[in-house]
Design a protein around this ligand. Structure first.
Ligand SMILES: [Zn+2]
Length: 240
């Protein structure tokens, strides 16, 4: 009888203590949930282990903006092993024109600002097999987007799309790079891939080893409304 009481007492003492440990660990162990703190997957992706050659269109960006365009490349490169994508973005310098070489990414200025959708950047993608694998891409940044930190936020968000991530407008602002901008030239709180961004890109590349989805544009027509409306859906451009 005494032993039973002792066990009950021990349980009463231990239970709150265990709950406290769980509560303290909860934030770092919070599971990634699509729509809450994680972006969905299914967009265009660079091939696994691709070395993406990145060019800036000559004359589009003043010298002081260039480091803010390039920081996002390093942001994703530094987690390429963690995500399992193996994708590395390698800055190659300037180009006179938009490039269409394999695994080439051109970053340039162009009028793409949409006031209602609050987006000032757009990614255009070409897929040689008309599936989700990118052959080459262009990121277009509206001339109205001038805040350097917001430029970095926009480019790292677009690169997130290029690694398979969808937008997540309902996600907590600090949980992912894939949230919507509050307004033009207003930087975000997050400047680097979050733990849930890493987890979701990892999931995207894990899936890619099993199956390659059709072009997301085609998929969207087939299953309209499955995904939230995208602010800057990459567009497949015809081969020049
Ligand atoms: Zn987006």
């Amino acid at each position: 009888m005494n032993r039973i009481i002792a066990i009950i007492l021990l349980s009463l003492i231990l239970a709150p203590a265990l709950r406290n440990v769980a509560a303290q660990k909860e934030p770092s162990l919070a599971p990634c949930k699509v729509g809450r703190n994680a972006a969905g997957i299914g967009f265009w992706t660079w091939p696994a282990a691709a070395h993406v050659k990145v060019y800036l269109r000559a004359g589009d960006f003043p010298a002081e903006q260039i480091q803010y365009l390039l920081a996002p490349l390093q942001g994703w490169n530094s987690v390429a092993d963690l995500t399992g994508s193996g994708v590395k973005f390698e800055y190659q310098g300037n180009t006179v024109e938009q490039l269409t070489c394999e695994n080439c990414l051109t970053i340039m200025r162009g009028a793409v600002f949409d006031k209602t959708k609050r987006h000032a950047t757009e990614t255009r993608v070409y897929s040689v097999h008309r599936d989700q694998i990118i052959t080459y891409a262009t990121i277009i940044i509206d001339p109205l987007l001038t805040n350097t930190r917001a430029i970095s936020n926009a480019v790292i968000h677009e690169l997130g799309h290029n690694l398979g991530l969808l937008d997540c407008y309902t996600c907590n602002q600090k949980s992912t790079l894939m949230t919507q901008f509050k307004a033009l030239n207003v930087p975000k709180d997050v400047d680097a891939p979050t733990s849930c961004d890493i987890a979701q890109v990892k999931e995207a590349y894990r899936e890619l080893r099993i199956r390659v989805r059709p072009s997301p544009v085609i998929a969207k027509h087939v299953d309209e409304g499955e995904e939230p409306i995208d602010d800057d859906t990459p567009i497949i451009v015809p081969k020049p």
